[in-house]
Ligand binder design. Sequence first.
Ligand SMILES: Nc1ncnc2c1ncn2[C@@H]1O[C@H](COP(=O)(O)OP(=O)(O)OP(=O)(O)O)[C@@H](O)[C@H]1O
Ligand SMILES: [Mg+2]
Length: 139
Amino acid sequence: MLYAETFQIRGGDFEHGGEVATRIKSICKDLGIRPDLIRRLSIANFEAEMNVIMHADEADLSFQVLPEAVRVVVADRGRGIPDIELAMTPGWSTATPEMRARGFGAGLGLPNIKNSADEFRLESTPGVGTTLTYAVRLA
Ligand SMILES: Nc1ncnc2c1ncn2[C@@H]1O[C@H](COP(=O)(O)OP(=O)(O)OP(=O)(O)O)[C@@H](O)[C@H]1O
Ligand SMILES: [Mg+2]
C-alpha cells in the first residue's frame, strides 16, 4: 500500500461538492501518478461524490493506492438503487428540477464512472445503501 485515506461525504452538501475528488487529484499528483490516469480517476471520483450528495444520506469514500492500481470504494447509507441496470442506462435519472438547475441530472454519472475505470462494481440494497467500487490500473 502506497497510500490510503477515507473521506466522508454528506448527502445534500452541494456547497462542498467536488472537494473530495479535488483532494484526491492533488494526492495523486504528489505521488507522481500519470496525468491521463489521474484524469480518468478524477472523472469517476467526481461523479461518485456527486451521486452521494444528490442521491444518498452519507458515505465513506475509501481511496487506496496500491502498486498495481488505484482503488476506490464508496459505501453509502441511503435509499439505495432498486434497479441497477436501469440506473446504469445513459440518460436515466431521478434528479429533481433543483438538481437539474445546478447542471446535474443528465443520467450520465454512472456510465461515465464505468467508462473511466478498468474495474467497476455497483451493489445496492434498497432502503439501506449502495456500495460502488472501481479501480484504475497503474501499469
Ligand atoms: N448512491 C446512490 N444512491 C441512490 N441512488 C443512486 C445513487 N447513485 C445513482 N443513483 C440513481 O441512479 C440514477 C443514475 O445515476 P447517474 O449518476 O448515472 O445520473 P444522475 O446522478 O441522475 O445524473 P448525472 O450524474 O448525469 O448528474 C440516479 O438518478 C439515481 O436515481
Ligand atoms: Mg450522477
